[in-house]
Design a protein around this ligand. Structure first.
Ligand code: CO8
Length: 257
């Protein structure tokens, strides 16, 4: 697929995807969605890639779903085309994806960041769910994921008033894992992804699966799920290698076997 709205590159074992619709502040239209899903699927099946970073520009990660594309839709169009259903494919990616957010992450942009595994924010990042100002409401998971990240009171505040949250508030509230200077954002996110990509891929993928399970099940079921995955990692050579390397005071050489 030839990409028109994103740029992709590899940095060592990291797949870097940059949203690239600068004139529309990276608004997410159906082309961006198709290209993003294609890119994460491609990196997902590339044995040389261990983790990914999705980023935008310094002004905007993404200013939302493309309002101009949605504007004229009828209910019948919106329902029958279900034109955002592809986002579920994005969330099915098994390798970790870090969102590196600078500038605006609004509406679908904030929701895309939350679909990633964690968010590193630049100090100029602004998050919000302003759909209420357009006469609609979050439609790509904002009412659900934001509530799980920041709790009911703040999620209600964000979704009902449409106000933006700056990077410091986002970090205090648990929406983002760290805040870095805007000039270092991509480098820091790639560094974090490269760290993850050094580890044994099966343990990385199972860790992602287990943390995500915490959002979908009870504590008891989640703990049992975690224990089964933990036990299963003893079937991998990488468990022997990782523990031997610790005992022998050397770096492990993981083979994903
Ligand atoms: N969609 C389309 N175009 C956009 C969008 C967008 N979301 N955001 C910005 N643009 C365009 C502007 O129209 C403008 O284009 P042009 O130059 O042709 O007029 C260009 O980007 C630059 O934008 P501004 O001139 O507005 O830039 P400012 O720096 O003045 O303002 C803002 C930046 C504050 C980010 C402002 O652009 C803004 O408020 N944008 C809209 C934010 C918003 O409301 N986002 C939510 C969209 S709705 C949504 O995401 C729903 C998701 C769920 C859908 C589920 C469907 C099933």
């Amino acid at each position: 697929m030839t990409y028109e709205t994103i740029l992709t590159e590899t940095r060592g074992k990291v797949g870097l995807i940059t949203l690239n619709r600068p004139k529309a502040l990276n608004a997410l239209n159906s082309r961006v969605l198709a290209e993003l899903v294609a890119a994460v699927t491609d990196f997902g099946s590339n044995a040389d890639i261990g983790a990914m970073v999705v980023t935008g520009s310094e002004k905007a990660f993404a200013a939302g779903a493309d309002i101009k594309e949605m504007q004229a839709l009828s209910y019948a169009d919106a329902y029958t085309q279900d034109f955002f259903v592809g986002w579920e494919d994005f969330t099915r990616t098994r390798k970790p994806i870090i969102a590196a957010v600078a500038g605006y992450a609004l509406g679908g942009g904030c929701e895309l960041a939350m679909m990633c595994d964690f968010i590193i924010a630049a100090d100029n990042a602004k998050f919000g769910q302003p759909e209420i100002t357009l006469g609609v409401m979050p439609g790509m998971g904002g009412s659900q994921r934001l509530t799980r990240f920041v709790g009911k009171s703040k999620a209600m505040d964000m979704c009902l008033t449409g106000r933006m949250m700056d990077a410091q508030e986002a970090e205090r509230s648990g929406l983002v894992s760290r805040v870095v200077p805007a000039s270092d954002l991509v480098e820091e996110a790639v560094k974090a992804a490269a760290k993850i990509a050094e580890f044994s891929l099966p343990s990385v993928m199972m860790t992602k699966e287990a943390v995500n399970r915490a959002y979908e099940t009870t504590l008891g079921e989640g703990l049992r799920f975690e224990r089964r995955l933990f036990h299963s990692l003893f079937a991998f050579e990488d468990q022997k290698e990782g523990m031997a390397a610790f005992a022998e005071k050397r770096k492990p050489n993981f083979t994903n076997r």
